[in-house]
Design a protein around this ligand. Structure first.
Ligand SMILES: Cc1cc2nc3c(=O)[nH]c(=O)nc-3n(C[C@H](O)[C@H](O)[C@H](O)COP(=O)(O)OP(=O)(O)OC[C@H]3O[C@@H](n4cnc5c(N)ncnc54)[C@H](O)[C@@H]3O)c2cc1C
Length: 592
């Protein structure tokens, strides 16, 4: 069973992601290390003792639709209410609406634990948090007054309605319609698919944020508006009124996250009688809906990255426990009687170390991204720098961690042997759940395009160059530490950073010359190369900050393993970036 790794999370936050420095410099207000540890400990307890035990039943029962009502798995309704009563939904939300205005770093750490407990369950609050942010930044005072406090408390949940059957990665072609009404409200019509927690029984009301197009809107992405459309209309005194003209038509049958209802939503077909059209209110300005969504994109993408980290952690814990118990064969140097535990076989150790390195590395990348988001809000004198850093790290945090989630969950099954393929072990669920994360919230291919075409050019390449200089300083610190335990870590890090630098220069040159096809061909290998270099550097940063004890030695040993085993891939990835485009373009004929 999953046990939240509270100490490891606290260590990564403080010593790798930059929280200790932020506390020391007073940027996190009254928040001190004691309070951070207390919050993490309680979140860890809730995830371990309350959420994780209900994950399996959620997977087995799934969400069920009957007469338009969706019921969640047994126990989830109380679980959600207890979770919300703990105040967890409002960790980062504004104090004016009942939130705690705590740093994002703390929230992503908590999100990791909720998702390790059950990714399907954690999706519900993840969507609500995104809706709260969009409403808080772009909503009118009246909308905020009416809805925010009850969304912050978790009493009402939120959703994001973007996708339509023909509009997924390309939202510019979406067709949902909005019509203006004389009283300032709008009527919404259309179909949305794949809407996470679009209908359920855990909360009294569901506040849908829906992208739709006004009749006179310009075509493409510049003609999309964002609307708040509640399941139940809310009276002026805050009580729930009539049912709005929207409903869940069907639930998807999915590979994983069975407990999370993935809904086809119908707006405005008059199912409940009366005038047709779901009543909605504009968020932000007309035709600026996509820009509103982009405000919260960094956080939402990072939240999905946390799903990857969470699955990595849970799958690794399960595999280590199994490998300690399962005995087969005799490992080299085994002196005991009978068979040795499989954890003593070099190939099993290799798998477990790979899983652990990817877990800790992904966690560090994601927390560093959250740190940058916090600094962008709090470090007034360097706001632009930190905004750019958060923007640069977001696609890497999302894509690397979610790919790692799939790889680590798959390795977890391998460690279990045949039992990994059998559902009763629980290892297979991690892989089934993990598989969606590289797809939604912008596929990892779309993240790579974003990284290369929008993030590398920030400050004319200045942001990425400053970042690479910081990574070089970490490698230099490893070199000058002269610690034997690091082995050839310094050299390996330097080589990986050089690969990153050369690939970056190549891509920036192609972009400057307008050779976007060449640049895009190498975008995904570049994204992975970047992630791997960061894994090496952040594990080294943790190794340098380690306590001088056995756990500290283990930290250095893991860093060395990653540097000497995983980082050699960066050379091949750089080669694919700079030399792969021509062959890729020529091979189009394969599908002619
Ligand atoms: C379980 C689940 C939950 C979801 N939850 C929500 C939700 O709550 N709200 C919501 O609005 N949506 C949700 N989605 C939808 C999800 O965000 C989309 O599936 C995702 O954005 C991809 O869109 P698509 O499925 O249409 O794939 P497509 O856009 O058709 O992509 C197919 C493939 O083509 C690639 N591709 C597409 N365009 C390009 C391009 N320009 N360049 C290079 N490659 C490209 C993609 O990377 C992908 O590999 C959910 C989906 C699922 C399965």
């Amino acid at each position: 069973m999953y046990k939240a790794p509270v100490e490891e999370i606290a260590f990564t936050l403080k010593h790798v992601a930059g929280m200790a420095q932020a506390i020391d410099s007073g940027l996190l207000g009254d928040l001190g290390e004691d309070l951070v540890e207390a919050i993490l400990a309680e979140a860890g307890r809730f995830a371990t003792e309350e959420i994780a035990p209900l994950a399996e039943i959620g997977d087995r029962q799934g969400a069920r639709l009957s007469d338009g009502e969706v019921s969640t798995p047994d126990g989830w309704r109380d679980l959600y209410r207890n979770w919300a009563a703990g105040g967890w939904n409002g960790l980062t939300a504004p104090e004016d609406f009942g939130g705690q205005a705590l740093p994002h770093m703390l929230n992503v750490a908590a999100l990791e634990m909720w998702n390790s407990g059950s990714m399907a369950f954690a999706l519900c609050p993840t969507l609500t948090m995104g809706a709260v942010e969009a409403l808080n930044v772009h909503g009118s005072a009246a909308l905020k007054e009416k809805y925010l406090a009850r969304m912050v408390s978790g009493e009402w949940t939120g959703t994001m309605n973007l996708t339509e059957p023909h509009a997924g990665s390309d939202l510019g072609v979406l067709k949902a319609r909005a019509e203006r009404c004389e009283d300032g409200s709008y009527r919404i019509f259309g179909q949305k698919i794949f809407i996470t927690w679009g209908e359920h029984d855990v909360a009294e009301n569901i506040i849908h944020l829906v992208l739709a197009r006004l009749p006179d809107a310009p075509p493409g992405t510049r003609g999309i508006s964002l609307f708040l459309v509640p399941k139940f209309l809310v009276d002026d005194d805050g009580s729930l009124g009539a049912r709005n003209d929207l409903y869940c038509h069907s639930l998807e049958h999915k590979l994983g996250i069975h407990g999370s209802p993935t809904c086809t939503m119908i707006y405005g077909d008059g199912k409940f009688g009366g005038e047709k059209g779901a009543v909605g209110w504009l968020i932000g300005e007309e035709n600026r809906g996509l820009a509103c969504m982009f405000t919260m994109m960094n956080n939402a993408r990072l939240a999905v990255g946390m799903q990857g980290v969470a699955i990595c952690e849970a799958a690794t814990q399960k595999a280590i426990a199994y490998a300690r118990e399962r005995t087969q064969g005799r490992a080299p140097g085994w002196n005991g009687s009978g068979m040795s535990p499989i954890i003593d076989h070099p190939d099993v150790i290799r798998m477990l170390l790979t899983m652990k390195a990817l877990t800790q590395g992904s966690r560090a990348i994601a927390y560093a991204c959250a740190h940058a988001i916090d600094m962008a809000h709090r470090a007034a004198d360097r706001r632009e720098h930190w905004q750019e850093r958060a923007a640069l790290l977001t696609p890497i945090a999302k894509s690397f961690a979610t790919d790692a989630g799939v790889d680590v969950a798959s390795l977890g099954i391998q460690v279990h042997g045949g039992m990994g393929f059998i559902e009763e072990t629980g290892a297979a669920r991690y892989l089934r759940d993990a598989r969606i994360a590289p797809i939604y919230e912008g596929t990892n291919g779309i993240q790579a395009i974003d990284l290369v075409t929008r993030k590398l050019p920030l400050s004319a390449g200045g942001q990425i160059r400053v970042f690479i200089a910081e990574l070089k300083a970490i490698a230099e610190a490893v070199r000058s530490s002269n610690l034997d335990g690091f082995g050839t870590t310094a050299e390996r890090l330097e080589a990986a950073i050089t690969d990153l630098e050369e690939a970056t220069d190549w891509l920036l040159t192609r972009l400057t010359r307008g050779q976007s096809a060449e640049a895009l061909s190498g975008a995904t290998p570049y994204q992975r190369l970047f992630g791997l270099a960061l894994v090496g550097c952040y594990l080294a940063k943790g190794g340098l900050a380690r306590p001088a004890d056995r756990a500290g030695e283990g930290r250095i040993a893991l860093c060395r393993f990653a540097a000497e085993n995983l980082l050699s891939e960066t050379a091949a990835l750089k080669d694919r970036v700079v030399n792969g485009a021509e062959a890729l373009a020529a091979a189009h004929s394969v599908f002619a």
